[in-house]
Design a binder for this molecule. Structure first.
Ligand code: UDP
Ligand code: UDP
Ligand code: UDP
Length: 469
């Protein structure tokens, strides 16, 4: 088209081509898939790098279903080198995979250098970020980190390079950890591996921490109104001067894959509004047998209707025990009309969207927290490991839920059924909490609408990649 002055206008540059690298586990894959779909819907060319072989069956089925539902997204299989840690005592299969991806990072350069159109940027999951920095450097493209935890824990990850030297740990002598600009972290809320020298989780975190500084920005699945303190502290330069910005783009939009072995929706349809306690500890947390028994008793004693998704192993492929073996047949018979217990994968996004759900007993994996926040569902926080106590603190501070700090970490103690019943009744009957949660849901929706705080941040990233490379 010619302008009035006769000059031919330049056509706009093509939308950017973004390669996304998820690490391991559904808690990491889910936000990266959601982000991939959001970028594709903004006309970006998107390539999903899939580390092969994945750890869990859920990851494999979700990647296949996601790509079938999003045919414009390219798949790039990345065969990773096997890695066997020297200390197998702390060998969580998901942490091993984080490290294996980091160690295989160099294999990505030849794979990514031949794509057409050329890659404009790599968006790398925080847990394997250290693996792709060199690749981005070799290809001369920027790297953005995708944080799969809250802004508060992400600030700690950013600062941890100043707290823990490679191969060391935090000493138990301290009572709290200070990150400039943030309310101190009580040490009882920090992941237990932080206190074990040379732990694979902590080592990974320290090496990823160093990479954050070299990125263009850190995309966080949160929104400004939910975590103003941590976002403000990092972006105001208080945590570290000249640190890349936190880019709050959440809650990431659901991708609603029709997956799940069990669909409790017809059962939920028959329950009154806001009457059901939904219990799910995420994709990879298995409670002890004793704790399963106490939770079973607590749910029954609460007198509330419940939907419980039960896992008994960390990796889903090994989860073969039947419900009757875990809970006893008489409980299942007694609670036939009061509750539903399922083993296997459910579609949590759909469940949380159902009007029958009244509260969510959650381990506070960050995706679960954002999914509850997006829908204004009150949370009974029961963190189990990793970043989850820090996440639970954010839930409490924001007013989305309640957290009983004395319940401890997974395996630390067995919380009694009576206490669980009491807290369930409390969260179900607290009208102030319900109202506050509802408001948070409204704020979340506003953040992701066109022109909302999170939407603007994402649009600006895409715009920068399109016009300012
Ligand atoms: N999820 C689900 N169905 C299940 C278990 C988990 O849809 O039966 C989803 C959940 O909605 C969330 C993700 O898997 O998006 C789990 O991530 P989160 O960070 O909550 O916890 P993690 O599994 O990493 O501990
Ligand atoms: N993390 C990391 N490197 C690691 C392990 C963990 O950067 O090697 C970070 C990452 O931010 C992750 C958080 O620590 O979201 C908590 O990790 P965990 O594996 O416990 O989370 P989950 O997989 O259960 O969501
Ligand atoms: N939402 C979101 N992230 C989530 C869950 C929901 O951004 O993890 C948004 C979603 O895009 C929608 C609103 O919150 O705008 C309500 O979500 P829901 O899945 O309940 O949508 P509905 O089925 O009510 O249309």
């Amino acid at each position: 088209m010619s302008s009035a002055t006769g000059y031919r206008q330049q056509p706009p540059p093509p939308p950017p081509h973004i390669a996304l690298l998820p690490s391991a586990g559904m808690g990491h894959l889910t936000p990266l898939l959601r982000l991939a779909a959001m970028l594709a819907s903004c006309n970006c060319t998107v390539t999903l790098i899939t580390a092969q072989p994945p750890v869990s069956a859920a990851e494999a089925t979700h990647i296949t279903a996601f790509l079938a539902a999003n045919p414009t997204i390219n798949r790039l299989d990345f065969q990773i080198l096997p890695y066997i840690p020297s200390n197998t005592a702390t060998a969580d299969p998901f942490f091993i995979q984080f490290e294996a991806i980091i160690r295989s990072g160099h294999l990505l350069t030849p794979l990514l250098s031949t794509t057409s159109p050329p890659i404009s940027a790599i968006f790398a999951d925080i847990a394997s970020a250290a693996g792709v920095f060199q690749v981005a450097d070799d290809l001369g493209i920027p790297i953005y980190i995708v944080s799969t935890t809250c802004a508060r824990f992400s600030s700690l990850v950013a600062y941890i390079q100043h707290l823990i030297a490679p191969g060391s740990s935090i000493t138990m002598a301290e009572t709290s950890i200070h990150v400039p600009g943030l309310v101190p972290f009580d040490i009882s809320t920090l992941p237990p591996p932080f206190f074990i020298p040379n732990h694979i989780f902590t080592n990974g975190l320290v090496s990823n921490s160093r990479i954050l500084t070299k990125s263009k920005g850190i995309l966080v699945n949160t929104f400004h109104a939910f975590e103003p303190e941590a976002i403000g502290a990092v972006n105001g330069g208080k945590v570290m001067p000249n640190f890349p910005p936190f880019l709050p783009i959440g809650p990431l939009k659901p991708h609603n894959l029709e997956l799940g072995d069990h669909q409790p929706l017809p059962w939920l349809d028959k329950q009154p509004p806001q009457s059901v306690v939904y219990v799910n500890f995420g994709s990879r947390t298995a409670l002890s047998r004793d704790q399963i028994t106490e939770l079973r008793n607590g749910l029954e004693e609460s007198g509330k209707i419940f939907l419980w998704v039960l896992k008994s192993t960390t990796v889903d492929k090994q989860d073969t025990e039947e419900l009757e073996e875990l809970l006893g047949n008489s409980f299942i018979q007694r609670t036939k009309h009061k509750g539903m217990v399922v083993k296997g994968w459910v579609n949590q996004e759909q469940i949380l969207s159902h009007p029958a759900i009244g509260s969510f007993v959650s381990h506070c994996g960050w995706n679960s927290v954002m999914e509850a926040a997006a829908r204004g569902i009150p949370v009974l926080a029961w963190p189990q490991h990793g970043d989850q106590k820090v996440n639970a603190g954010v839930v409490e501070t924001a007013g989305l839920g309640i957290w009983t700090k004395g319940w401890g970490w997974l395996g630390e103690k067995t919380v009694k059924g009576e206490e669980i019943a009491e807290k369930i009744r409390m969260v179900m009957s607290d009208e102030k909490l319900r109202e506050k949660a509802r408001k948070i849901g409204e704020e979340a929706k506003t953040a992701i609408e066109i022109g909302g705080s999170s939407n603007k941040v994402l649009m600006e990233i895409i715009n920068n990649l399109q016009y300012k490379q």
